[in-house]
Design a protein around this ligand. Structure first.
Ligand SMILES: NC(=O)c1ccc[n+]([C@@H]2O[C@H](COP(=O)([O-])OP(=O)(O)OC[C@H]3O[C@@H](n4cnc5c(N)ncnc54)[C@H](OP(=O)(O)O)[C@@H]3O)[C@@H](O)[C@H]2O)c1
Length: 292
């Protein structure tokens, strides 16, 4: 069984990985209490001493607006810690799989972004994530999976928030002119587990390493993504109103077009995710079954 050392035990992707790995991989998931990403020496020690075949980083400073006020904490977790992971993995020849974001782009393109489109982040979060990508990709066995609009039954997330508000508010105003590709944390975990044997067996220079966009297909809006979840709940009472991003100011700028083309992951790994709408409906059903 493949042995995975995972940073991040409590987040959406971290929890999806723990569930998916059960009986299929030996996964040791490190929480913030085990290793704080701000302590790069502890990050390197954890990898140097680990009994593992692959390192996976599911942890990061993911509060996009808060990062504007706390740039040093965001840089430590999103740029310096992945750089320390890359150094420690390179020293042992271990593959390193890291997650990044559509927020590395400025959103000005009128088509989905491909891996070879140049980043131009608009926010502290986006800049620190771009620097983390650069550090991971400096190691020949580094893998960066860029994802966006992650959803799942786990943790705090957009779907859970929408289902809660849909029951309690009269009206929900949701942005309809910003594009993004929803990413199912469960599909991502399944992909990582299936690709893991290839990453551990591959030599440097293999096409399995490098930068990939991963998601559940077609781009949509937050408005339509929320509708797909709210339609599952007979107790939804809120009327949903489409608004423009410009009418919904946030501390951190986000790309108006954050759609990511996932053709490369299909070409290299033969991976095809389920379309986002049924996957969102399934995750919403799980959240509702567990109690909103
Ligand atoms: N969620 C999205 O829509 C989205 C979109 C694009 C990209 N991504 C990327 O995907 C990855 C996973 O996202 P997610 O949605 O699973 O994130 P999440 O649910 O916000 O979880 C973040 C994880 O990072 C841990 N963490 C944060 N700061 C830490 C620190 N200083 N030391 C140790 N652990 C720390 C958190 O631990 P605590 O529970 O202790 O805070 C938590 O386990 C991240 O790299 C993120 O940038 C996410």
């Amino acid at each position: 069984m493949i042995r995975i050392l995972q940073f991040g035990a409590t987040g959406q992707v971290g929890q999806a990985m723990i569930a998916a790995a059960d009986g299929r991989a030996t996964l040791r998931a490190l929480s913030r209490q085990d290793v704080d990403l701000a302590d790069t020496a502890a990050v390197e020690r954890a990898i140097a001493g680990a009994d593992c075949d692959l390192v996976l980083n599911c942890a990061g400073f993911t509060l996009v607006d808060k990062a504007e006020a706390e740039p040093e904490a965001a840089r430590a977790a999103n740029a310096l810690a992945p750089a320390a992971m890359a150094r420690a993995c390179a020293a042992r020849g271990l593959p390193l799989v890291h997650l990044s974001t559509d927020c590395v782009f400025d959103g000005a393109l009128d088509r989905p972004y491909r891996e070879d489109d140049p980043p131009n982040p608009l926010s502290v979060y986006g800049r620190t994530k771009r620097d983390g990508e650069t550090a991971v990709l400096a190691w020949d066995k580094g893998v960066v999976l860029r994802v966006s609009w992650v959803f799942s039954r786990y943790g705090r997330n957009f779907l859970r928030a929408m289902l809660q508000l849909g029951r309690t508010r009269d009206e929900l105003r949701l942005v309809a002119d910003q594009r993004g590709c929803p990413t199912d944390a469960v599909a991502l975990a399944e992909f990582i587990l299936r690709a893991a044997p290839r990453w551990t067996a591959a030599e440097r220079g293999d096409s399995a390493f490098g930068l990939f966009h991963f998601n559940n297909g077609e781009a949509t809006s937050r408005h339509d993504m929320a509708l797909a979840a709210l339609a599952r709940d007979p107790r939804t009472r809120a009327r949903v109103i489409a608004v423009a991003k410009a009418d919904f100011p946030e501390p951190a700028a986000r790309p108006l077009n954050g759609a990511l083309d996932s053709g490369k992951v299909a070409a290299v790994f033969g991976w095809r995710s389920q379309p986002w709408a049924p996957a969102v409906a399934h995750a919403a059903d799980q959240i509702l079954a567990e109690g909103v």
